[in-house]
Design a protein around this ligand. Structure first.
Ligand SMILES: NC(=O)c1ccc[n+]([C@@H]2O[C@H](COP(=O)([O-])OP(=O)(O)OC[C@H]3O[C@@H](n4cnc5c(N)ncnc54)[C@H](O)[C@@H]3O)[C@@H](O)[C@H]2O)c1
Ligand SMILES: [Zn+2]
Ligand SMILES: [Zn+2]
Length: 391
């Protein structure tokens, strides 16, 4: 079968690989009908994850039709259409029972790496390196889904793949980022990053009742989409002054009540000193992440506010203004998304017409065009915001 495989920094290929088989009674095999490229995949492409190996199959945002079912799986049957959440969950450990799905204690098959990196293991993730279980990903014609009696969401027939696909990752990610802000009706929410995750943060913040949203990026078409959703925008390349000054101006000096970092480890910033140092450190392996957006979010948040961080970070972050966070009494919340907490509620919201997640898609192509589209998405060429690939 065809699959998108990682071969090194910037080197993603469409390879011919063996088809997956059922390995455990709870597994299913799905025939992929749609998959997407996520901003998190770009961290792998850009070589930020030292636990990748040549030939690893990428992809963690995918859906398809069930074609084979393990003998112990009582939930799914051949022919079901399912969206598969990117977090793999056993459904039985302490963390799964608490609803902390993305830190399932049992699904990571390579827990020694995660324990070394984070102190404890976190959940297995599809297509996301030997840090999180070394599972083959969903940018492939067929995918083995372990613990498939727990997380996959059965999609009703009337709903298209494009409407349903993002239930597996970026829609619940934006939703949880907003939910972590405990939005109140008078809230001004500032959101760094207008990529796919940022766009779902903006939608979710409004759906959860925010009065105003301020969106920050430097990519014109992404800012335009944010504006179309009702956000006020800051293009950090076009302002004269800092983002912090602008946020103060736009809030009568008060600050943003809630701040969301939807950028993560590969933040860029024009000519700011901290961003240049980050870049040099990351390039010379002296640092792992470039947290410029996170620093600004902490500084721009009003005292007593909440900073929510869906953006992915991998290692040790430099020069985080923790003094500002401490003295202002900020609450900081973060995490890989606990997708299952939100799946059924968000599925219902799509069915009820509250949101059509396909608004985000700009590029549609075949799996074999994936390597080219990884570059288009990463380099923000051709006004690319979100890529969907079909088999
Ligand atoms: N927590 C989770 O479970 C989860 C799930 C999916 C994605 N993510 C993470 O969310 C982040 C965003 O994902 P995406 O798909 O939207 O990726 P993306 O790379 O398309 O979007 C990032 C956006 O941030 C902008 N940006 C860069 N530096 C900035 C700065 N200093 N200020 C403001 N904007 C800046 C970029 O121009 C881009 O538009 C990534 O880190 C990704 O790994 C997390
Ligand atoms: Zn993702
Ligand atoms: Zn578990």
């Amino acid at each position: 079968m065809k699959a998108l495989c990682w071969h090194g920094k910037g080197d993603i290929r469409c390879d011919s690989v063996p088809e997956p088989q059922i390995e455990d009674g709870r597994d299913v095999i799905i025939k992929m009908t749609a998959c997407a490229i996520c901003g998190s995949d770009l961290h792998l492409m850009d070589g930020y994850n030292p636990f990748m190996e040549k030939g690893d199959i990428l992809g963690h945002e995918f859906m398809g039709e069930v074609v084979d079912v393990g003998r112990d799986n009582k939930k799914l049957k051949v022919g079901d259409r399912v969206v598969v959440p990117f977090t793999i969950c056993c459904g039985e450990c302490q963390q799964c029972l608490r609803g902390n799905w993305s830190v399932c204690e049992r699904s990571n098959r390579t827990p020694e790496n995660a324990t070394k990196a984070f102190g404890y293991s976190t959940a297995g993730l599809f297509g996301y390196s030997h840090l999180t279980g070394a599972y083959a990903g969903g940018q492939a014609e067929f995918v083995r889904v372990p613990y498939a009696d727990v997380s996959p969401v059965i999609i009703p027939n009337g709903m298209s793949d494009e409407q349903a696909l993002f239930l597996g990752d970026i829609f619940p990610t934006g939703w949880m980022a907003a939910a972590n802000c405990e939005i109140e009706p008078t809230d001004i929410v500032a959101i760094w990053g207008c990529g796919p995750v940022g766009q779902f943060c903006i939608k979710s913040a409004f759906m959860q009742g925010a009065e105003r949203v301020i969106a920050i990026d430097n990519v014109p078409e992404r800012l335009a989409l944010a504006q179309a959703t009702g956000a006020e925008i800051i293009n950090f390349d076009e302002i004269d002054g800092t983002v912090l000054d602008y946020i103060k101006d736009m809030t009568n000096g008060y600050g943003a009540d809630k701040c969301i970092d939807a950028v993560g480890a590969e933040s860029h910033a024009t000519a700011s000193f901290d961003a240049i140092v980050d870049k040099v450190k990351a390039a010379t392996l002296l640092g792992t992440d470039r947290p410029h957006a996170l620093r600004t979010a902490i500084m721009a948040c009003r005292p007593g506010g909440i900073v929510s961080v869906p953006g992915v970070y991998g290692g040790f972050l430099d020069k985080i203004p923790f003094g500002a966070a401490m003295n202002k009494g900020l609450t900081i919340r973060t995490g890989q998304t606990h997708v299952n907490r939100y799946s059924l509620d968000l599925l219902r919201r799509i069915e009820d017409g509250e949101i059509d997640p396909s608004f985000i898609i700009t590029h549609r192509a075949k799996l074999e065009d994936g390597p080219e589209l990884y570059k288009t998405f990463r380099n923000k060429k051709d006004e690319c915001i979100k890529v969907v690939l079909t088999a």
